[in-house]
Design a protein around this ligand. Structure first.
Ligand code: NAD
Ligand code: UD2
Length: 313
């Protein structure tokens, strides 16, 4: 029995393709809207008749509305996920990362679709450099156009919740990792880059002293939460941190990769990146209250799963 069609913007990407996989297993059909700027057809099981990929730009309002017609809910993941790209060309990334969100909301209004899940980011907090866990009520301090577009998108989605009774679930993703996260760019997720280098015994470059910390979340744990938010009778409309409340330094990450791969890649310590955040740790009490991650994936287990994949990404 088909449970209906879920519209995933950015569904050909790293996170979106894993969400597609689990939704298909649960009996949904999936309609992916993606411009394949970083997403890949090869990320999707296009041989499955319940997957439909529509190539298009979320900055194109007409294309979004036409593609979304007939869907029962929306997961809005499409964005230029590179912070650097937003710094280099804020006007262009704004079209994807903010105007795209507005187009998604307007199309939902026209089509009378009320449930939306939105991928925001810990970037909205900026970087206070402290080691303590960041709660959702922490004052927002978006430091880049990317972060500002994410925060603005949150506010607009909340407007549609108040004005048009949208059922909105906003998630502030911390550092997500797993297979299909492409290490190709120097701004790809650090785990995708380090894992790729370690498995090939190539030198790893650390920007800074390697004592910077991140709260890493394995992609399977994230998509469990997204499915629960799609299937819940009601959703909590306030933004929720998606993190494990577990702090890992890059030096600890490298040690774990060496142990798993039995390789000893050289490590080069380069100057820290401008604007780099020293510590990032999620206070995830709200997440734990509303969602239930079965069999949480530890960092070591996530790294083992990642490295067991034929190619890291
Ligand atoms: P990704 O780059 O793999 O996925 C983004 C997808 O959106 C890609 O498939 C890309 O082709 C598509 N896309 C980009 N611009 C588009 C446009 N204008 N029109 C249509 N499609 C477009 O990255 P991801 O890691 O899977 O990120 C998914 C979402 O999660 C993004 O919104 C990102 O900002 C957010 N996020 C990710 C992380 C993380 O750690 N991966 C952290 C915080 C937030
Ligand atoms: C993540 C997101 C970014 C934004 C931000 C919000 C990704 C890829 N980046 O940035 O979009 O949401 O969170 O806080 O999802 N590093 C190295 N060597 C490398 C690569 C990275 O030392 O080859 C360092 C980097 O300088 C940083 C840390 O690793 O200190 C993590 O980098 P990242 O880009 O994976 O993630 P982050 O948190 O900086």
């Amino acid at each position: 029995m088909n449970k209906g069609v879920i519209f995933i913007t950015g569904g050909a990407g790293f996170i979106g393709s894993h969400l597609t996989d689990i939704l298909l297993k649960r009996g949904y059909s999936v309609r992916v809207f993606d411009n394949l700027s970083t997403g890949k057809r090869s990320n999707l099981p296009l041989e499955n008749p319940r997957v439909h990929l529509i190539e298009g730009n979320i900055a194109d309002a007409v294309a979004v509305a036409q593609a979304m017609n007939g869907c029962k809910a929306v997961v809005h993941l499409a964005a230029v996920a590179s912070v650097q790209a937003s710094v280099d060309d804020p006007i262009s990334t704004h079209q994807s990362n903010f105007v795209g969100t507005l187009n998604v909301c307007e199309a939902m209004l026209q089509l009378k679709i009320s449930r939306i899940l939105f991928a925001s980011s810990a970037a909205v907090y900026g970087g206070n450099g402290e080691e303590k866990a960041i709660g959702e009520d922490t004052p927002k301090s978006p430091l880049t156009p990317y972060a500002s577009d994410k925060l603005a998108s949150e506010h607009y989605i909340d407007f549609y919740r108040r004005q048009h009774a949208f059922e909105s679930a906003i998630f502030r993703f911390f550092n997500i990792f797993g297979p299909r996260q492409d290490p190709a760019s120097p701004y790809s997720g650090v785990i995708s880059i380090f894992a790729d280098r370690a498995r090939n015994n190539l030198p790893i470059t650390v920007f800074g002293d390697g004592e910077q910390t991140r709260d890493f979340v394995y992609v399977d744990d994230l998509v469990q939460i997204l499915v629960q938010a799609l299937e819940a009778p009601t959703v909590d409309s306030y933004p929720i941190n998606v993190g494990m409340n577990h702090s890992t330094t890059l030096n600890q990450l490298i040690a774990a990769l060496r142990e798993i791969t039995k390789c000893s890649p050289a490590v080069i310590y380069a100057p820290a990146r401008a604007g780099d955040i020293r510590h990032s740790l999620a206070d995830n009490k709200k997440l734990a209250t509303h969602y239930d991650i079965k069999n949480k994936t530890s960092l070591k287990s996530g790294l083992e799963k990642l490295l067991a994949h034929s190619s890291v990404h």
